[in-house]
Design a protein around this ligand. Structure first.
Ligand code: SF4
Ligand code: SF4
Length: 215
């Protein structure tokens, strides 16, 4: 399935003047130690890859034989976000990829009003905890120091990720840097538009998720 045209157009404008794919390939992916989020469509695609035995990294093994629900709650913090969309309010399911700790444990961010603030504070106060997203090819050496290891990459990335709804989380597609390792911070209006577009283009994520985990 292609990414909806409204989303492609929005990303095209948002990414203007940002880093290139080549910049990202030459980078050690520090953005993936405080990564974006997946939507339900991404999580379904990631689970399909897992089912095909195609989810592998060098220093961590994904537990075999999980059901869809167990897989999702094992590797993601699952949040409901209320979003202004379609002239009213909608619930958009957000699936935040967990980080790995130095000793290979998955780290859940405790629930609260703002996932991003809680995660930032937790990792800033306990930097030894965060060794990067569970979907990186290998752990970060000593976060927040940048070890410059450009062989580290996202195992969910695929050439078609920019055009198709795929295993690559949409919010990781959204993220860009002004210059390598210099993350672009969206204006509040841009964030609001991003969430509205996701809620409108991928509606009813809550009932669809509930149906999938109850199958
Ligand atoms: S930190 Fe910036 S330049 Fe580096 S991989 Fe992430 S988006 Fe690309
Ligand atoms: S899913 Fe991939 S791109 Fe997104 S934070 Fe994790 S490793 Fe980085």
């Amino acid at each position: 399935m292609r990414l909806p045209e409204a989303i492609v157009r929005f990303l095209d404008v948002y990414h203007r003047g940002g880093v290139t794919e080549g910049d990202c390939r030459a980078c050690s992916s520090p953005c993936c130690s405080l990564g974006g989020f997946a939507i339900l469509e991404n999580v379904v695609a990631i689970f399909e890859r897992y089912g095909r035995g195609n989810l592998r990294r060098t220093d961590f093994e994904f537990a075999p034989g999980l059901s869809f629900g167990d897989f999702v709650f094992q590797y993601f913090d699952v949040y409901r976000k209320t979003v202004r969309a379609g002239g009213g309010e909608a619930t958009l399911m957000l699936f935040h990829m967990k980080s790995l700790s130095a000793d290979g444990h998955l780290i859940s961010i405790p629930g609260g009003d703002d996932y991003w603030d809680i995660r930032k504070e937790l990792f800033e106060r306990n930097p030894w905890l965060n060794r990067g997203c569970v979907f990186l090819s290998k752990r970060v050496g000593n976060w927040p120091s940048d070890d410059g290891d450009s062989s580290r990459h996202c195992i969910l990335h695929a050439p078609e990720s920019k055009a198709m709804v795929s295993a690559k989380p949409v919010d990781c597609l959204f993220f860009t840097c002004n210059r390598p390792r210099e993350g672009r911070v969206p204006a509040p209006a841009q964030s609001e538009q991003w969430f509205r577009l996701l809620a409108e283009q991928f509606p009813d994520s809550l009932p669809r998720f509930e149906a999938l985990i109850n199958e």
